[in-house]
Ligand binder design. Structure first.
Ligand SMILES: CC(=O)N[C@H]1[C@@H](OP(=O)(O)OP(=O)(O)OC[C@H]2O[C@@H](n3ccc(=O)[nH]c3=O)[C@H](O)[C@@H]2O)O[C@H](CO)[C@@H](O)[C@@H]1O
Ligand SMILES: C=C(OP(=O)(O)O)C(=O)O
Length: 421
């Protein structure tokens, strides 16, 4: 199993190229199941989750050509409608095969994703929305099964909770449904907008993405197209926090400040000097004092849960005390015990982590438990005295392209190894 060895104490300095967004590329790849003509995707990040999704599409019968960050999904039909447990268990986003398969082929069996480290993450909203679109839904033998004779029917769907992949699954299904679908209390994340833009570029008729009401007029078929995935705002935020905690200066390129206003506002509140251009963001911490901030996660445009663990580290390095409140997932503080092993002073009170300034963080052997928790351990290791070994970094490979190369280019002392090397 791969691990990272990180020697702390370096200031990060330089430029880092941001990859395409995992959370946009995943639904877009699943959405290609809706279309039987060739689709070319650019800026697809090279990640484990993307590899799993490509395997899933191939398993379902599609032929793919991957050339670096370009993925070509060749003209052809899906010839299997089962997303098996072996593939789904490694990636919860596989549930997004459900909407496209049932919309295009009238049947889909998708293994129920298991519980994961950050919370139970049920899929009841996905199931209920498809039921409203007249699909016959059942859960049998660990699989969500959807069946419909002919096309799905447009429906008015009120989402009880704001769900990102729930909104995306239903939007994909509605793209080929008969009639109009209105999704209310929809997720407003930029990745939902990117998926809508992609589908519209293939001939779908989706209005309102980015607001809480999305109106989809179903069309009979989608045509071929070419699309470039939007930049990863969470990867961007992670490198900016890296600059902030090490007192450095980092420019993220190929990114977009408009995607991450809440995060940039919190970084400024923490004392960072931020400048932005058309496709870059620079954070300069030189001569600035890092101050703890209070953050509370909530659906977009509020502060993203996927940046919570990184800001926990920011707060333990900063002066003062910062409160980090998680309102989206019930178990997303798995990084806290590991940070405490490195010398952090963090108290957990319900869904709030009270983070005090740590006089001294020291390197330790720590365990990655989920994607962003892993990123936070890498950030803490950059400022800790001595050497940190981060185990189980397969979690980080799900969502950060070449993270050790990118951090090393910025001056970090980080190497990947495994017990055999
Ligand atoms: C691939 C992808 O895009 N993943 C992102 C997506 O996950 P994902 O789409 O899985 O997260 P959701 O937005 O669905 O989850 C939000 C909340 O709704 C609950 N819920 C969701 C669906 C459902 O049917 N029933 C239900 O109760 C969840 O348990 C959670 O408490 O949004 C999360 C919240 O921004 C991010 O952390 C993930 O990185
Ligand atoms: C929780 C995340 O992803 P996923 O929904 O794919 O587990 C994440 O990107 O932080």
């Amino acid at each position: 199993m791969d691990k990272f060895r990180i020697k702390g104490g370096c200031r990060l300095e330089g430029e880092v190229v941001i990859s395409g967004a995992k959370n946009a590329a995943l639904p877009i790849l699943f959405a290609t199941l809706l279309c039987e003509e060739q689709v070319t995707l650019h800026n697809v990040p090279q990640l484990k989750d993307i590899g799993t999704t490509c395997k899933m599409l191939e398993h379902l019968g599609r032929e793919l050509e991957v050339q670096g960050e370009t993925v070509i999904i060749k003209a052809g039909k899906a010839n299997d409608f089962v997303a098996p447990y072996e593939l789904v268990k490694t990636m919860r986003a596989s549930i997004m095969a459900l909407g496209p398969l049932v919309a295009r082929y009238g049947e889909a069996d998708v293994s129920l994703p298991g519980g994961c480290a950050i919370g139970a993450r049920p899929v009841n909203l996905h199931i209920h929305g498809l039921e409203l679109m007249q699909a016959k839904m059942s859960v049998e033998d660990g699989y969500v099964k959807a069946r419909v004779d002919g096309r799905l029917k447009g429906a008015r769907i009120f989402m009880d909770m704001v769900s990102v992949t729930g909104t995306e699954n239903l939007m994909m299904a509605a793209a080929l449904a008969e009639g109009e679908t209105i999704i209310e209390n929809a997720a407003r994340e930029p990745e939902v907008v990117d998926l809508a833009n992609f589908l519209n570029c293939l001939g779908a008729d989706i209005q309102g993405a980015g607001s809480d009401t999305i109106v989809i007029k179903g069309v009979e078929r989608l045509h071929s197209g070419e699309y470039s995935v939007l930049p990863d705002r969470i990867e961007t935020g992670t490198y900016l926090v890296g600059a902030a905690v090490t007192g450095g200066r980092v420019r993220c390129t190929h990114t977009d400040a408009k995607l991450m206003e809440s995060v940039l506002a919190k970084l400024e509140e923490a004392g960072a000097n931020i400048t932005t251009g058309e496709d870059w963001i620079e954070l300069d911490m030189q001569g600035c004092e890092l101050k703890a901030v209070n953050v509370k996660t909530a659906p977009h445009p509020a502060f993203p849960t996927d940046m919570q663990a990184q800001f926990t580290v920011l707060n333990i390095v900063a002066c003062g005390t910062g409160h980090v409140t998680e309102t989206i997932f019930e178990n997303r503080f798995m990084h806290v015990p590991e940070l405490i092993r490195m010398g952090a002073e963090i108290e957990l009170e319900g869904n709030t982590a009270i983070c005090k300034h740590a006089e001294h963080l020291s390197g330790a052997q720590v365990m990655a438990t989920d994607l962003r928790a892993s990123a936070s351990l890498v950030l803490a290791a950059l400022v800790a005295e001595g050497e940190t070994v981060v185990d189980r970094i397969y979690h980080i490979d799900r969502g950060y392209q070449n993270i050790e190369t990118k951090f090393a280019q910025l001056g970090a002392k980080i190497t990947r190894f495994n017990d055999r090397s």
